[in-house]
Design a protein around this ligand. Structure first.
Ligand code: FUB
Ligand code: ZN
Length: 640
């Protein structure tokens, strides 16, 4: 497969979002989510699960200091995933093995947010946080509080489970964001020092390991792009090439050979270039696939790209919820088998959809095909946004498509399905991931190569590139009308994605269409108007998905809708619509003419059609569900 037309995303300093829909979300992250998460990391939210993150860095800094002063330093076991007051010494590391990453993600989000809106109080807090982190770094560059606090001798001895390389990845992404936002190199230098230690520890003729939870690969590529230091790109490539080779490194490090078909969970069952299906832990998966796409682009590696394409198609066509959720099963937080997409048992972790967006953008950078951006939009406007409450103070980790609160409380198989958002989590990967994605949204809207600038997502605002400047007025989520006011520095090609859900796109200028994009040639100051008609659509799911037979979902524009008990009463399973149901849209809601069945008195009776009454059914965008207390919710509705 030929890879051509490489493009790169626009950096945040070229994009200013000023949009009716998105500015509200970005401001919510800046004003509520980031300060709230700062308190959570510092264990200052009454009634919320403890984080211990900052506490761990402070403990680690003391140890680093004691080592410098040749003072006696205790060791504690580094042998579990989660360290609690009950199972470890009070001076030992606390929380999950990857607890440090929450701090790094917070710093990353703070950096993006500062790029958008300068805020001296936020900068002060971030600087303090960075001092706390940097004080914990060992002289050789190592920085992971679990091992620094508990047992320095065990560093890099359990790559499969213990997340040092994962924390390094988040440290690096946080440091790059903060450096770009402020020019301050303190955290970046710490990340570089750790990166140098990693590059000198891993590789041919060195330790032949690779991360159990991927992300270091993506981060090393970013660090290479910033510093042009080749060792970072080569180590990222090494991690990708080495993964899945036999004998498995994960066996070597624990000195035992496991059964042949193991390591699907870590996507380490075979070398990435020979992988063609999305398997295992979903977040790990999409982080790996993103890095594979990075390496395929840098090294013009057709075989690796083919693997990315196959994996992409497998996700898009067989393993993705209509909401852009992925990783259907709680068992290993993982991709399930093809077409296994249960609504009421869905896992669909917020982080997994965020990772799918990372993967999508990297695939767009290789080949501008609208299918990638369509999925990016689906995940973003539905699952990702659903991850955060309207007040920015509570979050979903799991994103089900059907909820019955009684089942969540009484059925242990559904314990992961929370009917309301949580204030915080002991495993709090999703909220700060959400904050960093929303505050860096500008990096996902556009890509460009030498001759073409592509628009993938439609947020209003301004962009400036070497090609010229563009002012974008967007009413995308409401009327579907967008206007691009283009002032070119030189003639260039401008390409606008045609959303998959729009049957008759309208553009004010001549264009030609390719791979789902409308292409325009821009020579001089030009205004291009477009309209993507927002029809309410009844969406059928493939009958390969057993859960959705006889049901349909409603969408309008980029939003998937759902219906809740708060608007429609209990027993949502008794509601239905027909293919010809009258539907109206008003103020963000859909009102559908539907039916309500009368509850049956007996458990079993000879079949006859149920007695039903006409009724109005109110639907809201999925991302808004669960903002009015515990209640039933469903995306799919019976269609009769
Ligand atoms: O392992 C680190 C993070 O915790 C993963 O990305 C999430 O799925 C959660 O397991
Ligand atoms: Zn998560």
């Amino acid at each position: 497969m030929e890879i051509n037309h490489y493009s790169r995303h626009l950096e945040l300093d070229c994009v200013r979002i000023d949009d009716k829909f998105w500015s509200k979300e970005i401001e919510l992250v800046r004003k509520e989510v980031i300060p709230y998460q700062y308190n959570a990391l510092n264990d200052n939210i009454p009634g919320a699960q403890k984080s211990y993150s900052i506490e761990n860095f402070i403990k680690a800094a003391k140890i680093v200091q004691n080592i410098k002063e040749n003072k006696k330093v205790e060791t504690y076991p580094a042998d579990k995933w989660e360290y609690t007051d009950e199972n470890c010494d009070e001076n030992a590391f606390h929380g999950w093995v990857f607890q440090d990453s929450d701090v790094y993600k917070w710093i990353e989000a703070a950096g993006y947010s500062l790029m958008h809106t300068y805020d001296s109080a936020l900068k002060r807090k971030a600087d303090e946080m960075i001092d706390i982190v940097c004080n914990a770094q060992m002289d050789n560059g190592y920085l992971d509080t679990l091992y620094i606090i508990n047992d320095r001798d065990k560093i890099f001895t359990n790559l499969r489970d213990f997340h040092e390389l994962y924390c390094f990845g988040h440290l690096t992404e946080g440091a790059i964001s903060y450096y770009k936002a402020t020019g301050d190199k303190k955290l970046l230098n710490a990340a570089i020092k750790f990166a140098d230690l990693i590059c000198s520890s891993f590789g041919e003729d060195k330790r032949k390991g690779y991360p159990g939870h991927e992300i270091a690969e993506m981060a090393l590529v970013k660090l290479y792009e910033l510093t042009h230091s080749r060792a970072y790109l080569d180590t990222a490539k090494f991690f990708i090439e080495e993964r899945g080779k036999k004998p498995y490194y994960f066996d070597i490090e624990r000195d035992k050979i496991t059964v042949e078909d193991n390591y699907f969970y870590n996507q380490a069952h075979k070398q990435p270039r020979h992988q063609h299906e999305a398997v295992g832990h979903a977040v790990r998966g999409v982080y790996l696939y993103s890095a594979m796409a990075d390496i395929a682009r840098f090294f013009r590696d057709d075989a690796l790209y083919k693997a990315c394409e196959d994996i992409w198609n497998n996700i898009e066509n067989k393993k993705m919820y209509i909401t852009g959720g992925i990783g259907a099963t709680v068992d290993g937080e993982a991709f399930s088998f093809d077409y296994d997409l249960p609504n009421d048992l869905a896992y669909s972790e917020t982080c997994a959809s965020i990772g799918l967006i990372f993967f999508a953008r990297r695939m767009l950078e290789i080949a501008p095909k609208s299918k990638y951006a369509d999925v990016m939009e689906r995940a973003l406007y539905n699952t990702v946004l659903a991850g955060m409450a309207q007040d920015g103070k509570s979050f979903f980790y799991v994103n089900p498509l059907e909820v019955l609160p009684e089942a969540s409380h009484k059925d242990s198989r559904k314990r992961h399905i929370k009917p309301t958002r949580q204030k915080w989590f002991s495993c709090a990967c999703c909220p700060p991931n959400l904050a960093r994605l929303i505050s860096s949204l500008g990096e996902y809207c556009y890509t460009q190569n030498d001759h073409t600038l592509f628009v993938h997502l439609f947020a209003g605002g301004n962009i400036k590139t070497d090609k010229g400047s563009i002012h974008i007025r967007s009413d995308y989520t409401h009327s579907g009308e967008i206007e691009f006011d283009i002032k070119p520095n030189k003639p260039f090609t401008f390409a606008i994605r045609i959303p998959h859900w729009c049957d008759n796109p309208e553009f004010s200028s001549e264009y030609h269409e390719k791979d789902g994009y409308a292409y325009f040639r821009v020579h001089h100051n030009t205004v291009i108007q477009c309209k993507f008609e927002q029809k309410i659509k009844i969406i059928k799911c493939s009958n390969n998905v057993r859960a959705n037979i006889g049901k349909a979902a409603l969408s309008r524009g980029p939003f998937i809708y759902c219906f809740e008990e708060a608007d429609n009463g209990k027993n949502l399973q008794m509601l239905s619509i027909s293919p010809g149901s009258q539907m109206t849209y008003k103020d963000g809601f859909i009102i559908a003419d539907g039916f309500r069945e009368k509850p049956d008195d007996k458990l079993y009776t000879e079949y006859k059609a149920g007695v039903k009454k006409n009724c109005k059914i109110k639907l809201i965008p999925y991302y808004l569900w669960g903002n009015r207390g515990e209640n039933e919710m469903s995306v799919y509705i019976r269609i009769v």
